[in-house]
Design a protein around this ligand. Structure first.
Ligand code: MGD
Ligand code: MGD
Ligand code: SF4
Ligand code: MO
Length: 718
């Protein structure tokens, strides 16, 4: 593994500070670079560079920002980032180079591998933080220029299980089928494996509203997080047992006569086939599997069903499991059986994670997908998109492997990789192995803002612009398409991802089709998405700016219109019908099964992983912000006092955590907030304390999601 670059603090004055594009003091309305809430903010000139100020008019966060958003302007400073291309020199070191040389090298590297090993020896890896325009251009670049099937992205590690379960049940995958603000007005929310007090703090206000309105919150998490502390009822299951838990709750719904038979009859299919699996999960069995006492299961069912309306929201806890898809299906089944779907203020939804986690999964950087959330193996979809791209449908490659499978094939089947918007050396499961696979590549090119741990392994590093330095759209967790506006000039020496793709396409024989102007790309994306499930054809930059975002689907020929005559977007889905061929939601029969790895005498504890408030993802950006680094300086192992006693470790002492993949060492953080049979590690850091040294790449059969949330470990004093 590469040594992590140090995280320098970001000075905000002097030559490194970017200049604001807008007239002085006016400020530019834009959005946070980080999570899927995509909080609205304004960038205004300050004494030492642009300052983030509140933008109360934006409806989702209503002015509130977390510490990451508040400090996000620091990452714009040239002191913490790449400001010129780097190429691997003769002595093996990365050395500065000009753009022409760097781009020539990338083109030559990709062509060389293609000539020697064929088109599918060249791979592409994208990211859910990329704007819609970039994700679209990257997918098009892979299919049209490289003509490779080997493209996937980090969203596979994020919400992919919920996406598959959504499709399976509702025929459409949009994280929230309603605006976030609806949460405040429903009667009961079951929040499953989300720690949004740390991961989306401004969203907490809607849960506070829920409680003010007399509603109740149930949190399902093996840890008593700051989110769980807000709950009326906290269920604290063993990691990896949510599937049994959901089945157990549904069993009680049936046993207590709480099924909404009218809803089931009128708006769903598949209940009869689903019922036997439900009845096989009686409460005492579920208590044994999950560790949640039967009276608490009963209490949860009462709160959920007695409320006039209720919702289930899942996040990574139940989804990042090798049975994540079936687990989400079980929670959806609970909603369907109780009639909590397809009507206002009720329903299932998934809290998408990355800045463009929603849009990034719609426009073609996914292995099996074409823009508009079309399927790559659907002949009509291929014909439509090929016509927009001006190519023969038969020339489009077919579906390729999923993210982990692609990374695992590096240096073997896939020998060159173009990577944009991810840092898998830190964030992929079994990360040491992934780093070895990356090191075995014949050629690696990385586009990034900073020298990430993955970029540090590249043959060529291309420095690119980021959020406030360029214009583009993202689609937030609600399905609201929003406009991130350019607010500051980038440092000289960096280019946009779109410019990079255009320049590479040209070198690979495509001098047209890859414009650098984001609005031009968006207009093409609108045409490519027209008629697809995620139809953006009625959305324009001007409309987004005027309306605080537009919810997809928004077809150009929509029957409903806004007062201005524009096609109406769709804030709430499924009110009349679900997006299945017969308009009914589909139950999925599911059965509980153990995690891919359960504790054994050699590896007696569960490890689960996740996030802390002040770091974002692989930490590539937030580890470079002084305030955030001070708040969350490094990895730790959270463990219960009883386990700490048994191991003879005190708070702060180094602990070694070993799984079948490797060993990590980090200080103990002793806390009664976690189950005694489980330890927790955040995954934001490379090096000795890297959680992903340990994690299990066992994949969900349907979504190909790795099992980040549960593996078996040994824990000892280091
Ligand atoms: N501060 C911060 N915010 C972020 C991010 C970040 O890196 N840092 N990343 C963004 C992204 S991309 C995402 S995907 C979201 C993720 O947002 P969340 O899903 O809220 O984040 P996690 O911490 O991964 O997991 C949530 C909770 O799942 C619990 N959990 C672990 N195992 C299980 C289990 O088996 N069952 C259940 N029910 N729960 C379990 C963990 O204890 C944890 O508290 O956050 C987004 N926001
Ligand atoms: N153990 C464990 N591992 C996990 C998870 C977990 O819960 N536990 N969660 C998983 C989840 S949900 C996710 S989403 C992944 C995320 O993990 P990663 O895919 O590694 O995500 P980031 O750290 O956000 O990496 C984004 C990279 O792109 C760069 N970047 C930012 N903006 C741009 C841009 O506009 N263009 C380009 N070219 N680059 C840009 C950033 O500097 C950074 O280096 O991690 C997964 N890994
Ligand atoms: S909650 Fe998410 S979008 Fe909002 S400021 Fe924090 S990181 Fe940014
Ligand atoms: Mo994510």
């Amino acid at each position: 593994m590469s040594t992590p670059p140090a995280a320098p603090a970001a000075p905000q004055s002097g030559p490194g500070a970017p200049a604001l594009v807008a007239p002085p003091d006016a400020g530019v309305d834009t959005h946070c670079p980080y999570c899927a809430l995509q909080c609205g903010m304004t960038l205004r000139p300050g004494s030492g560079g642009p300052e983030v100020v509140e933008r109360p008019a934006f409806p989702v966060n209503r002015g509130a920002l977390c510490g990451k958003g508040r400090t996000s302007a620091e990452v714009l400073s040239s002191a913490v980032r790449l400001t010129g291309p780097l190429v691997r020199g003769a002595d093996g070191e990365l050395v500065p180079a000009g753009w022409e040389e760097a781009l020539d090298r990338v083109a030559a590297g990709l062509l060389r591998v293609r000539a020697a090993h064929g088109r599918d020896a060249v791979g592409v890896f994208g990211g859910g933080g990329l704007t819609n325009e970039k994700a679209y251009a990257l997918g098009k670049f892979a299919r049209v220029v490289l003509r490779t099937s080997q493209i996937d992205y980090n969203g596979r590690f994020c919400m992919s299980s919920a996406a598959v379960a959504h499709q399976r049940a509702f025929g459409l995958d949009r994280g929230l089928p309603f605006p976030l603000a609806d949460i405040g007005a429903t009667g009961c929310v079951i929040l499953v494996g989300s720690n949004l007090a740390d991961t989306m703090p401004p969203a907490l206000r809607y849960f506070a509203e829920l409680k003010r309105n007399g509603g109740t919150l149930i949190v399902v998490d093996p840890r008593r997080t700051r989110t769980a502390e807000q709950a009326d009822l906290h269920l604290q299951p063993r990691p990896g047992t949510d599937l049994a838990l959901a089945l157990g709750l549904l069993h009680l719904v049936v046993a207590e006569g709480r099924v909404d038979a009218d809803f089931v009859a009128a708006r769903t299919t598949g209940w009869e086939r689903t019922l036997p699996g439900v009845m096989a999960h009686w409460p005492e069995l579920v208590e044994r599997i999950t560790g949640v006492p039967v009276p608490r299961l009963r209490r949860a069912v009462a709160l959920f069903c007695d409320a006039p309306e209720s919702m289930v929201l899942t996040a990574r806890g139940p989804e990042q499991q090798a049975k994540g898809t079936d687990t989400v299906s079980a929670w959806i089944n609970l909603c369907l059986a109780t009639g909590r779907a397809g009507r206002p203020l009720s329903g299932y939804s998934c809290l998408t994670g990355q800045g463009n986690g929603q849009g990034g999964r719609e426009h073609g950087q996914k292995a099996d997908q074409l823009p508009g959330y079309r399927k790559l193996d659907d002949p009509a979809a291929r014909a439509h998109v090929a016509a927009v791209w001006g190519v023969d449908p038969d020339d489009l490659p077919g579906p390729g492997p999923s993210a982990y499978e692609l990374l695992d094939a590096l240096g073997r089947d896939v020998r060159a990789l173009l990577l944009m918007g991810s840092n898998p050396v830190v964030s992929a499961p079994r990360a040491r192995h992934v780093a070895q696979r990356i090191a075995a590549l014949d050629f690696l090119a990385v586009c990034d803002v900073v020298l990430s741990e993955t970029a540090a392994l590249a043959d060529v590093v291309l420095p690119v612009t980021q959020w406030a330095e360029e214009t583009g759209t993202t689609t937030n967790l609600e399905g609201r398409v929003i406009l991130r506006r350019k607010a500051v000039d980038p440092p000289p020496g960096v280019r946009t991802d779109l410019e990079v793709l255009g320049a590479l396409a040209e070198r690979l024989g495509h001098d047209k089709g890859f414009p650098a102007d984001p609005e031009e790309v968006f207009d093409e994306l609108r045409r490519a998405s027209a008629g697809g499930p995620a139809d953006y054809s009625g959305i324009s930059y001007a409309r987004i700016a005027a309306e605080d975002g537009v919810f997809w689907p928004c077809p150009r020929d929509a029957a409903e219109r806004t007062p201005d005559g524009a096609p109406a977007g769709t804030p709430r889905l499924f009110l009349d019908r679900f997006a299945t061929p017969d308009g009914r939601a589909r139950f999925t029969p599911v059965q509980h099964r153990p995690a891919a790895e359960e504790p054994t005498p050699d590896f007696p504890y569960y490890l689960t992983t996740g996030r802390v408030l002040s770091q974002y993802q692989s930490g590539a950006q937030t580890r470079r912000v002084r305030e955030l680094n001070e708040a969350a300086p490094g990895p730790f192992v959270q463990l219960h006092p009883r386990l700490a006693d048994r191991l003879g470790v005190a708070d702060g002492e180094p602990l070694a955590v070993t799984s079948r993949r490797g060993r990590a060492v980090a200080p103990a953080r002793v806390s009664p907030a976690i189950r005694p049979d489980t330890v927790f590690m955040p995954f934001h850091w490379p090096g000795e304390g890297s959680a992903n040294t340990l994690t299990n790449p066992a994949l969900d059969p349907a979504s190909r999601m790795p099992e980040f949330k549960v593996c078996a470990v040994r824990v000892e004093k280091a």
